[in-house]
Design a protein around this ligand. Structure first.
Ligand code: AMP
Ligand code: GLY
Length: 425
């Protein structure tokens, strides 16, 4: 089978790495790809927002299966278009991708189908939003409704911050994504990510993870796309997974079907494990990045049949197996990220750093020029380790990372701290 993966991040590198191992894979392409994928797949310069171009490429290369990594092309309808052209595609329709594309839609769905989530209000008008905040008190969470690259959520500690966030969002800070906002109650607890593959009807649980969203050690400083992750999430034991499936996931899958928006793909639930149980913070309609890298390190089965089953409606016929090992991934980012950062610095010694069996260095914002790897993004490398404990995976990841010679990059030194503490107690 000829397969095309859409995307260029560490998530897509790990998907390509896993898909390349499948016996079902003949030719493997990635658009646009990055500096780390060239040995696994053919990187192609496609403008993925030009759907005609993507279709033309698929027809030219006789592509049988397309795997869409990021959310933007899904919300944009790339999956719908490819399916219309009879190309099997992993990734939900635009109508279903609204679960990530509109936070207000998801909150209303939760209300309608009795899915536990923070109490909320939806607003287009600043004074009504401010009145709601004044009634609810702080801390409170203010969110732009649409896609804002992970930056559209403000946790306001006091009224001034809340009012400022409301004015900023409705004032156009996030463009169209902020034409409407959601104000919601602040939930207290431990965050975890839960993934399921679904064909719109049935589900296949696909692992748990925890990530570190803040840029600074001790989970401080501004939010990022994620500075590191590990899988599984110790807080997601069997009982918590069962509750999450029964109380959150299945009502969503059934609800989306009933709404005429069947969801086919990977459903990524961002959860807060509160003292009442799991509550939904948000849905993403794609794999997490860097959570995906840790899932791919732990997945033993062929991933291709599982991804295809989401499209083909037979996820109930697919089983997957996982290693009992833990996987942990540390992000190296360009100095300055998530603010301004320099591009085009050279990264050296990657081969030696990634030489051990239990280490894979997934690339994110890199490009290859001749035999040189250059940084071209904010999050640049994902040093991913597998071991029998979080502590050991953490040690192995940092040992590998310290061999990389890239003075223009930095990382957090405490990825996995909460799980390590739990192991030690
Ligand atoms: P989101 O993009 O909706 O996942 O929000 C980004 C981050 O903000 C989450 O990972 C949480 O850390 C935090 N957050 C979002 N909503 C809430 C909430 N209702 N209560 C507490 N923290 C939240
Ligand atoms: N790491 C969080 C996300 O992918 O949304």
């Amino acid at each position: 089978m000829n397969i095309l993966v859409i995307g260029s991040g560490g998530r897509e590198h790990s998907l390509v790495w896993k898909i390349a191992q499948s016996d079902l894979t003949d030719s493997l392409y990635v658009a646009p790809g990055n500096g780390g994928m060239g040995e696994l797949a053919i990187c192609v310069e496609l403008n993925i927002s030009d759907h005609d171009d993507v279709v033309k490429f698929c027809i030219d290369k006789n592509i049988n299966f397309v795997v869409i990594g990021p959310e933007a092309p899904l919300v944009d309808g790339l999956s719908d278009r490819l399916i219309k052209e009879n190309i099997t595609t992993f990734g939900p329709s635009s109508a279903a991708a609204i679960l990530e594309g509109s936070k207000g839609f998801t909150k209303d769905l939760c209300a309608k189908y009795n899915i536990p989530t923070a109490a909320y209000g939806r607003f287009k008008d600043a004074s009504a939003a401010k009145k709601f905040v004044a009634e609810k008190g702080t801390p409170i969470v203010i969110k732009a409704d649409g896609l804002a690259a992970g930056k559209g959520v403000i946790i306001a500690e006091n009224m001034d911050q809340a009012n400022e966030a409301i004015d900023d969002i409705l004032g156009g800070q996030f463009g169209e994504a902020g034409a409407e906002l959601v104000v919601e109650e602040f939930l207290l607890g431990e965050e975890a990510s839960f993934f399921v593959l679904t064909d719109g009807e049935n589900i296949l649980p696909f692992g748990t993870a925890q990530d570190h969203k803040r840029v600074g050690e001790g989970d401080t400083g501004p939010n990022t796309g994620g500075m590191g992750a590990y899988s599984p999430a110790p807080v997601m034991d069997k009982a918590m997974i069962d509750r999450t499936i029964n109380e959150i996931i299945m009502p969503t899958v059934k609800g989306m079907k009933a709404e005429g928006r069947p969801f086919k793909g990977v459903l990524f639930a961002g959860l807060m494990i509160t003292n009442k149980g799991p509550e939904l913070i948000e849905y993403n309609v794609r794999f997490g990045d860097p959570e995906c890298q840790t899932l791919m390190m732990r997945l033993q089965s062929d991933i291709v049949p599982a991804l295809m089953a989401c499209a083909n409606g037979n996820i109930d016929k697919v089983g997957v197996s996982w290693t009992d090992d833990v996987a942990l991934s540390v992000v190296m980012a360009a100095n300055g990220y998530p603010g301004n950062y320099e591009k085009n610095s050279e990264i050296k010694n990657l081969d030696q750093a990634g030489a051990a069996d239990n280490i894979i260095i997934f690339h994110a914002g890199t490009k290859k020029r001749d035999s040189t790897i250059l940084s071209v993004g904010g999050r640049v490398l994902n040093i991913t380790a597998r071991a029998s404990s979080v502590k050991e995976a953490q040690n192995n990841a940092y040992e590998a990372l310290d061999k990389i010679n890239w003075p223009q990059g930095f990382c957090r030194r405490d990825i996995g701290w909460r799980a390590v503490e739990r192991e030690e107690n």
